[in-house]
Design a protein around this ligand. Structure first.
Ligand code: ARG
Length: 464
């Protein structure tokens, strides 16, 4: 990098004292943003190509700069590049090396550009490919959920409300509910592309530039869809960062909720599922233990992703428009959240494949706690032509009786039922068996086996 007489960086030509060495160290972002080197070099190449096309720089200079940039990329690829904190960030590290390689011409690269638009361009390019990566992992999750659903259409368990046995459901219906969650996550990421596809390059520091640049050209070269509209907004905007962090937070919240449910199912009190050995850890003192550490890891990580989101929201709150150093931390949160959710999705995929349902346990539990009481009431409405409120009262009497006699519904005889209401028939008793309860939930979106089979087909067709 060119230095002034005090041996300071290019932007320090007017300062008489050296920048605080403590601040150089603490304020440098190179350890974090070196991750953007490929994007930074791609952005710079598109920029000089545009400058040459617009006759702002010569063909020879353009070729020289591109040669240097490619060489730098190669050096970084091969880990032969010396990143320096004193050069603050990835942009200045690369520009400085370019200067060493090609001399004064390197100084032409930054014509009609500022680090304010440069860093945004890099980050958006990086995010676009990262979002695609997450989408691929989400798709895998969805496919694995469909797989386990297909194997468990007839696996019956109690659906809980308030964590109390509510109504029998199919295990497949539960996993397909997770499919819906992750489908929404994919949609959320897909929607974020609208903003990510606006090219910031060329708005420069805040006002645009007097050079005759062609922003449409760099937009096309860098595979954006359109240039951003307003130079002030562009350098100030971190909405796309917030969207990214929010979308990741929601996805990790989904994983967290499902993990918690699986932890409950895996507890010795429930024993609805076991986990394959690649998903559990032992205890350092209790030899018998198989702990669901993987699920606990997944449950906890929403703390990390929420943390990034809240940090970023707090940084932009009250910040006037344009660029401020405060914004530099955005990349730290973006990378942290991305790495976290990527790991979570990879591990969650293994979890889905490692779930072993204890079908008998689930079935027994599904008929405990009078889970078909609502079915009884529904049947009374239909067969006795009475209101739901009246049917509810009769059913409550049946539940009270069963509870007193310490019997589950399925163990109650027709005679006993008739004593409570003589209009109850054998057909009604039949209809309130757990399996028939599920069969009867044919309303759109309900848990009937028939619905589930149809939905699996629809999901499989829709997967892309
Ligand atoms: N490393 C800086 C960041 O990430 C790049 C932008 C610097 N712009 C400036 N005017 N200091 O925020």
């Amino acid at each position: 990098m060119r230095k002034n007489k005090n041996n300071q960086t290019v932007w320090s030509t007017r300062t008489k004292k050296k920048l605080s060495s403590k601040f150089i160290k603490a304020g440098s972002s190179i350890d974090v943003d070196k991750r953007l080197y490929k994007e930074d070099i791609a952005g710079s190449i598109a920029h000089v190509q545009m400058l040459q096309k617009q006759k702002i720089i010569s063909l020879k200079t353009k070729d020289k700069i591109i040669w240097g940039l490619k060489r730098i990329k190669n050096e970084i690829d091969k880990k032969k590049f010396n990143f320096e904190k004193s050069k603050e960030d990835i942009h200045m590290n690369i520009e400085s090396r370019l200067h060493e390689l090609i001399g004064e011409d390197a100084g032409l690269l930054h014509t009609a550009r500022s680090r304010n638009d440069q860093v945004l361009t890099d980050l958006k390019i990086w995010m676009k490919s990262s979002v695609k990566e997450l989408d691929g992992l989400l798709l895998k999750v969805i496919k694995n959920l469909i797989l386990i659903s297909e194997k468990n259409i007839k696996t019956i368990l109690p659906g809980f409300t308030h964590l109390k046995n509510a109504q029998p459901i199919s295990l497949a219906h539960y996993f397909l509910s997770c499919v819906e969650m992750f489908k929404r996550d994919r949609k959320r990421f897909e929607n974020s592309f609208d903003n990510l596809n606006e090219n910031p390059l060329g708005v420069c520091a805040i006002a645009g530039t007097s050079f005759n640049i062609d922003r449409l050209y760099t937009t096309k070269k860098l595979k954006f869809e359109k240039p951003t509209n307003n130079s002030i907004d562009t350098v100030s905007d971190r909405d796309f960062v917030l969207d990214f962090l929010y979308n990741i937070s929601v996805c990790s919240m989904h994983i967290s909720r499902i993990s918690e449910e699986l932890i409950i199912w895996n507890s010795d009190q429930y024993n609805f599922i076991q986990l394959k050995d690649n998903l559990v850890t032992g205890s350092s003192i209790m030899p018998q233990k198989k702990n669901p550490d993987t699920l606990e890891f997944l449950r906890g990580k929403s703390g990390t992703t929420y943390g990034s989101l809240i940090s970023m929201l707090t940084i932009v709150k009250g910040l006037p428009l344009s660029y401020f150093k405060d914004l530099q931390d955005d990349k730290e949160f973006v990378f942290k959240s991305f790495d976290t959710i990527k790991n979570c999705l990879i591990i969650f995929n293994e979890v889905i494949l490692g779930i072993v349902p204890m079908k008998d346990k689930m079935l027994v539990s599904a008929s405990k706690g009078y889970t078909t009481a609502t079915d009884l009431a529904d049947n009374l409405v239909r067969h006795l032509n009475i209101t739901f409120r009246d049917a509810y009262k009769i059913t409550a009497k049946v539940v009270n009786y069963a509870e007193k006699s310490k019997l589950e519904f399925e163990k109650l005889s027709l005679d006993e039922m008739k004593k409570i209401d003589s209009r109850i028939t054998k057909k009604i008793l039949d209809n309130i068996k757990v399996k028939n309860s599920i069969k009867s939930k044919k309303s759109y979106g309900g848990t009937s086996f028939e619905n589930i089979k149809k939905m699996i087909k629809i999901y499989k067709k829709g997967i892309k």
